[in-house]
Design a protein around this ligand. Structure first.
Ligand code: ZN
Length: 429
């Protein structure tokens, strides 16, 4: 349970270890915040400044999520830009890139501008990923150059894979000089067919249609070949299979400038959650076997996978209460992201700095964003983390309009204590 409010005019963060992912350096000192900017703590007025005791905490740059679904316009019953950004703030995120599969999809410069205007003044900075094709129908390229000029930071038909290889090839050729990645939902729809979970011994036992690892592997391989052929920038989203990780590793080894992301759920959870026909664990691509999960973790440890992205996908209670075949794919992920990621990657031997990099410098590099250094004059975009705190994820921790998470009731190590941006702050109470 926490609170969200306006950032105090003057704030002193004391006693914490500061890790700056922009420089890769740690230091022990107090941080001052005044009027939304970092300042020398000596310039604060002691009688006016609020104090945040960060003893036992790591203070770092706010997290950046490059893959979230905020559902506005069209499905404001699931999420809005306002509620989505509140969920982000509670999860330690200060910047979020939203996917364009809204209703209507964001497939024009006007659509990009409209979302950016609605997002002004929100607690976190919202940036827009534009659709690759008109209406996300996979038939005709959208106005990519014009959307980029209007502020789009990447292109994706996420949710809908681009089936036509020739079309994706043209998208890569057109965007090559724009300096932004093309993100194709990596599933071959014909191989995926009507699969609702990972194809495995368990899917056979449960009698549920399976989605094989080859559905992801085939699409990733095609996209890597097209990136190699065109020189365009491909970013592989939500990688879930050992096959996919091996392919990205091999093409990086050949010198291809490809990047990839993993979600907290694919690095931390497995298909075992589908026992008991739990629709909250139904997600695309599906949760896989322990062997695949370990391959995703290994890909994060050796740098094959560049960053973590949540694929936060809100759905209503009514939709998720349908049976396994009908319930929609997806789970929310912003509020639980750090807990699940830190618990899993710490157990795998990664230090806190490495974990923070995957949530800050990693996604910034994928998108070509500058990371503001943690020094006086920079805007306050901070998260305060307590790595040793054990906590149980409950409904009280959710700020999203939806609560479709299979992680409710799970215990994590590592918690977000506070998040600060010039437009808001979240504090754990
Ligand atoms: Zn996707």
């Amino acid at each position: 349970m926490g609170q969200q409010a306006a950032l105090p005019k003057e704030l002193l963060i004391t006693g914490g270890k500061i890790y700056d992912p922009a420089t890769g350096k740690s230091r022990r000192e107090d941080l001052g915040v005044k009027d939304g900017r970092l300042v020398d703590p000596a310039s604060l007025r002691p009688e006016k400044a609020q104090v945040l005791d960060a003893t036992g905490c790591v203070v770092t740059h706010g997290f950046i999520d490059i893959h979230a679904h905020f559902r506005e316009p069209g499905r404001e019953d699931k999420e809005t830009l306002v509620t989505g950004s509140q969920a982000a703030l509670a999860g330690g995120f200060t910047r979020v890139c939203v996917m364009p599969n809204t209703d209507p999809p964001i497939d024009s410069p006007e659509g990009v501008r409209a979302t950016l205007e609605r997002a002004e003044g929100l607690p976190v900075r919202v940036q827009v990923i534009g659709a690759i094709t008109k209406g996300q129908r996979g038939e005709e390229l959208a106005e990519l150059r014009e959307m980029r000029a209007a502020g789009a930071v990447a292109f994706s038909d996420d949710g809908q894979p681009i089936r036509d290889g020739q079309l994706l090839k043209r998208a890569l050729q057109y965007t090559k000089d724009l300096g932004v990645p093309v993100i194709n939902h990596a599933e071959d729809v014909h191989l995926r067919a009507d699969g609702v979970m990972n194809e495995s011994a368990l899917s056979t036992r449960l009698g549920l249609p399976g989605n094989p690892v080859e559905a992801e592997g085939a699409m990733i391989y095609r996209d890597l070949l097209l990136a190699q052929d065109t020189g365009g920038r491909v970013h592989i989203p939500h990688i879930s299979t050992a096959l996919g990780v091996a392919q990205v590793r091999a093409f990086k080894g050949l010198g291809l400038a490809v990047t990839a992301e993993a979600t907290p759920h694919h690095l931390g959870l497995t298909e075992e959650l589908m026992r008991g026909f739990n629709t909250q664990a139904k997600v695309a691509p599906p949760l896989r076997t322990e062997e695949n999960r370990q391959a995703v973790v290994a890909g994060l440890l050796d740098g094959t996978i560049d960053c973590i992205a949540t694929d936060h996908a809100p759905h209503t209670v009514e939709e998720k209460e349908q049976d396994m075949l009908r319930a929609p794919f997806g789970m929310i992920g912003l509020e639980s992201a750090f807990g699940l990621v830190h618990t899993t990657l710490r157990a795998a031997g990664m230090d806190i700095e490495g974990i923070i990099n995957l949530l800050t410098a990693g996604p910034a590099a994928v998108m070509g964003f500058d990371l503001t250094p943690l020094k006086p004059g920079s805007p306050a975009e901070l998260v305060v983390l307590r790595p040793d705190e054990e906590w149980t994820f409950t409904r009280e921790d959710i700020y999203s309009r939806s609560r479709n998470s299979p992680m409710l009731g799970m215990t994590f190590t590592g918690r977000v204590v506070a998040t600060l941006t010039p437009n808001g702050w979240f504090i754990q109470s």
